[in-house]
Design a binder for this molecule. Structure first.
Ligand code: 5GP
Ligand code: MN
Length: 334
């Protein structure tokens, strides 16, 4: 992070302010972990922070300390708009472009308060006044840990803040197995454990939290999987009808895409999930090795993300979408 940006942010935080902290739409563990970590940190600085998520967060994150105070823009548009317009400073966490906040973009783009973007995705849009962007980090939560250090306030990290930071690190690193997991990741985690986090309990809260219906939905997803050994690729589909059959709740499809990669010899996996309410097919892409799914999602499916994990969407129906995907497979090298 640039020295002059750190000084400018220190000066802004020297006096109490109303501060809005914003994750991306459909927030994941890193988005919620980083916004809530910063929220608790700002409280300790005697600031007046509020986390405003563009839409609801999944149930498996509802135990995070402070999650009960999070405002949901799409549920309370007028109230959230008023809070945003009154904010004297804005933090944008775990996303690289304003459109990742969905409808909230229209409110955010008109605000004049100074904005700080902290993110590990490629190609930040440069919208914020201060941008701390570094794609070498596996999670925004690691960057929040550094950010607090840059401000000279590491001593303020307590068990609550550490719990939020750990949540983002463990979820975005696939429990420390993705290549973005570094020695620094483990050194940060060592310090978080020393701050008193219960890493084993956090893991249980995050991952041993299934409903029976979710397991059945997962079973259906696995049965729907198509495998193309010649293209080292597999994909899964889930229609709205199938989601309804298993009483889908937000978060139920989280992580299912990764099962495709667990097949020997498969290096590229996708999941296509029909969302009838938004008239889109939401897509997740994962890869192992050099195949750049961020580029693939940008080029063909209105999306983006990281080299080995990205997402996108299709406005065509399921049949047309998977047909397009299958056609593309013969044109790429994995
Ligand atoms: P997931 O597949 O878990 O939703 O997302 C994987 C990664 O890709 C995450 O870092 C996420 O932020 C990013 N991502 C997911 N969907 C989109 C999208 O539609 N556009 C962009 N630019 N990034 C996405
Ligand atoms: Mn992230």
């Amino acid at each position: 992070m640039k020295k002059e940006d750190i000084i400018a942010i220190q000066q802004l935080l020297a006096t109490p302010k109303k501060i809005a902290v914003i994750p991306h739409r459909s927030p994941d563990g890193d988005a919620m972990g980083s916004t809530l970590a910063l929220y608790h940190f700002l409280l300790k600085l005697n600031q007046q922070p509020v986390v405003i998520a563009p839409n609801d967060f999944p149930n498996f994150l509802a135990w995070l300390p402070g999650s009960e105070s999070v405002l949901i823009y799409e549920n309370e548009k007028e109230k959230c708009t008023a809070v945003l317009q009154e904010s004297e400073m804005i933090f944008l966490l775990d996303f690289n472009a304003l459109h990742r906040t969905g409808e909230m973009e229209h409110v955010l783009s008109k605000l004049t308060a100074p904005m700080v973007m902290i993110d590990h995705h490629q190609k930040p849009d440069g919208f914020a006044t201060y941008t701390y962007s570094d794609t070498s980090f596996g999670s925004t939560c690691e960057m929040i840990y550094n950010f607090i250090g840059y401000l000279g306030q590491k001593d303020l990290i307590d068990q609550t803040i550490a719990t939020c930071i750990y949540t983002g690190i463990v979820t975005d690193s696939g429990s420390f197995r993705f290549p973005s997991t570094t020695g620094t990741t483990h050194r940060i985690v060592a310090e978080l454990i020393d701050k008193g986090i219960n890493n084993s309990e956090i893991h249980n809260l995050l991952f041993d939290n299934n409903s029976y219906n979710r397991l059945l939905l997962m079973g259906r997803a696995l049965q729907n999987m198509k495998v193309f050994p010649e293209y080292k690729t597999s994909y899964i589909t889930l229609t709205q009808k199938e989601l309804d059959e298993f009483h889908y709740e937000k978060g139920d499809t989280e992580g299912i895409v990764n099962y495709g990669l667990t097949i020997k010899g498969i290096h590229f996996a996708a999941i296509f999930i029909e969302h009838k309410d938004e008239n889109i097919i939401k897509i997740s892409f994962r890869s192992q090795g050099n195949f750049d799914v961020n580029q693939f999602a940008r080029d063909h499916f209105n999306g983006g993300g990281h080299i080995n994990a990205a997402g996108g969407k299709s406005y065509e129906n399921m049949k047309e979408t998977v047909k397009k995907f299958e056609t593309l497979l013969s044109q790429i090298t994995i």
